[in-house]
Design a protein around this ligand. Structure first.
Ligand SMILES: Nc1nc2c(c(=O)[nH]1)N[C@H]1C(S)=C(S)[C@@H](COP(=O)(O)O)O[C@H]1N2
Ligand SMILES: [Mo]
Length: 423
């Protein structure tokens, strides 16, 4: 082995964490050496069956390999008949920063409406000089922008850290109410400018066209800053699950405010105090008072591999892979520990590192086969760092369910199995 590689794979923190340089150089090939050795030259020369006859025909709309059918959102079934429920993105099965549309998590309060885009309308009214009424064709004529950003339900992750005993479930089932897409649409500010906002206005109310008519109040400053009327998701029209034909998208803010199936925006002086911003999506403090309007999703990260359900095959070199995001800006740094937080080392960030987007991080780990606890800790460009679970509970108590962003620890047993652990 060349000298430089030998140096690069020197541990940089306890229990076998290796320098992130390993992934920035050809030395990374060292990770794969074992498995390639199994294939003999003779077997590699045989023609596999799929090379012996032409493959199947073209199709108008693509589908994934039949060997990937097990990768599913979970749980799939809606509870009850009112259509309320959610499905989680299987984070442990995905890589990179983009969430494929069919695996984008879902959260709806009254099912998915079957909206005919030709009959869908958006009304802008309230404290404006002129009311505006749009159909989809007229909206599509406005200049659009595209942004790659995450959306996260503020109820995400509480199951991973707030129950008295750690819940054992996959990474996706614990943290999968987050997804990152390229969103394309019309900046809301363009339409509000056209409507002529009254200088005394300070809020908007956004309402969806679902049976719940789900609605949230949004500060006018956010509406005028980077709020998007999203029409496209990763290049194609939104999925019905995610708001077809039109949704509000509020970068960095709790997912609930990104009203799907958007039909109405009312400009107002005060917040409307809707059900979803009073009875729900408020944060109960230890003293029994509730905090309202806690909009930004704070910095978080989680290791997606290894994680529960993904078994390590035996001692050796592994790639720790995970995702980090912050509703306050870019990810500045992710650190990883393999010794229950005693020592930490900086992970490699996989670019581009975008504002309010998921950032993929990677770390090389030489696992010696002994029981270990691995964890990740993200810091964003504002300097905010992801808190330890105990520190978060000490500050916020145990009664809150939204905005949990504590550090996630996975224990790895000597059998290579991972599980949720409080560390
Ligand atoms: N009209 C409407 N908008 C809605 C909801 C809803 O039930 N109805 N759910 C909200 C919640 S709680 C979240 S977290 C996000 C989820 O977006 P997604 O289903 O596209 O992942 O949509 C929000 N927008
Ligand atoms: Mo949500």
């Amino acid at each position: 082995m060349p000298k430089r590689i030998t140096q690069d794979i020197e541990p940089v923190a306890g229990n076998g964490l290796l320098h992130r340089r390993l992934f920035l150089k050809r030395g990374a090939a060292a990770l794969g050496a074992g498995s390639l050795g199994l294939m003999t030259a003779a077997r590699a020369k045989e023609l596999p069956p799929w090379m012996q006859a032409p493959g199947r025909a073209l199709s108008g709309y693509g589908s994934r390999s039949r060997f990937e059918g097990h990768v599913q959102r979970q749980p799939l079934s809606a509870k009850g008949t009112d259509g309320a429920g959610g499905s989680w993105t299987p984070l442990e099965s995905l890589e990179g920063m983009i969430t494929p549309n069919p695996l984008h998590f879902e959260r709806h309060h009254s099912g998915i409406p079957d909206i005919d885009p030709n009959r869908h309308r958006l009304l802008i009214h309230g404290m404006v000089k002129r009311e505006l009424f749009f159909d989809m064709d007229s909206l599509l004529r406005y200049p659009m922008v595209s942004r790659t950003q995450f959306i996260e339900c503020s109820g995400n992750s509480y199951l991973a850290g707030l129950p008295a005993e750690p819940v054992n479930a996959t990474c996706g089932a614990l943290h999968g109410l987050v997804a990152c897409s390229e969103w394309t649409g019309v900046p809301l500010s363009i339409l509000l400018d056209e409507a002529g906002v009254d200088p005394a206005a300070a809020w908007i109310l956004a309402e969806g066209a679902d049976a719940a008519a789900m609605s949230r109040s949004v500060p006018l400053a956010k509406a005028m800053d980077d709020a998007l009327l999203a029409i496209y998701q990763n290049g194609e029209r939104l999925r019905p699950d995610n708001g077809y034909p039109l949704r509000l998208f509020l970068p960095g803010y709790e997912g609930n405010m990104s009203v799907k199936w958007l039909r109405r925006i009312k400009v107002a002086a005060t917040p409307a105090m809707t059900r979803d911003e009073t009875a729900k999506y408020s944060d109960l403090r230890p003293d029994g008072q509730a905090l309202l309007f806690t909009f930004p999703m704070e910095v978080k990260s989680v290791i997606t591999s290894p994680s529960p359900g993904l078994e390590l095959a035996g001692p050796g070199l592994y790639q720790i892979s995970g995702m980090a995001w912050s509703g306050l800006g870019r990810i500045a740094r992710v650190e990883v520990s393999a010794d229950r937080g005693a020592t930490w080392a900086e992970a490699a960030l996989s670019g581009p590192v975008l504002d309010k987007a998921v950032t993929r991080f990677r770390m090389a780990w030489r696992w010696d086969g002994s029981p270990s606890v691995i964890m990740s800790r993200a810091t964003d460009e504002t300097g905010a760092a992801q808190p330890a679970r105990e520190a978060l509970i000490a500050a916020k108590g145990r009664k809150f369910t939204y905005h949990y962003n504590g550090i996630q620890a996975w224990r790895i047993g000597s059998d290579g199995q991972a599980g949720n652990v409080y560390a």
